[in-house]
Design a protein. Sequence first.
Length: 316
Amino acid sequence: MTSAHPDELAVLDLYQVWTTAEDLTDRFDPYRFDHRMAAYRALVDATNDGDRFGTDNRRNPLWAWLFQLQWQCRTDRLGPTTGTDGRIDPDAPWAYGNYTLSVIPWLGAVRAGVVAPLEIADAPSPSRFGYVRSGVVPAELARSVEHWADYFALVKTMDATTDTEPVRIALWKAHKTCLDVVVTAIADIDPAPYAPIELTFLRGWCRMVDYLGAAAWRTDFDFMTGHGLDVLPEILLEQRSDLHALPDKVRRNVANVLRLATTSPRRHALNLRLWKRIMRTRAARDEVIALLDAVFDPRPDNAAARLRTLRYLLRP
């Protein structure tokens, strides 16, 4: 198995499940945390033929999906018992969102010939969300399977010298088609047993993906460990006052995500259109961290970045 340097992975809480989850053989049960993680591990391995993402696979853009799944488990967003028995609640909104980003990519990889087909287990109980049942993909997710198949087919054309940005663009396109389905599914549901603010946070996070995708945001091992592991809350949100207890960087990020969730659809569409214009050039995408910070959290110390953002926006 190819992976990031063991010493670097060993200091992360991802390490234990990464190393102990058994390989999937004939059945993929997506309501088991270790099976979802094993599926991600299999996809990371299977997409590095010829060391296209490096001998240690650190350039593989699928690393973010493992880190996100681990964060959701660690913070009880996959269900109240996941941290103790590994079972994922099919009625938990975050768990459904991750389902569309684990099972659906897996089926796309199967279609692209990257991994072998496995039986996908049905949900163990009724749910308000649409899951693969008896091997049948819900109609609303069928297009997402095709987009993930396109992503994996594109990966197969790469070698170690290939620029990874076009692959990331294809990945974010597939990712967004899944989350568009999630946004519709969670639009009017009762948030219980989670607090309303937690569901609002999920809605905002889905909108944030629109911004990350437009920037072809990096999701490889180095970028995630350098910039993506200290920006999300380590608690479930119960009320607005919970933000005061969060570390400053996390608090500002959560506040921005909540603000996104409550922005009107028309305003969000306009803001996103402007952001996509800013992100037209590779130069802008290469400094996306500074520009995103300037747009979402304007402060005296990022005034120069705000000026650059304006220049990118007005550039012919």
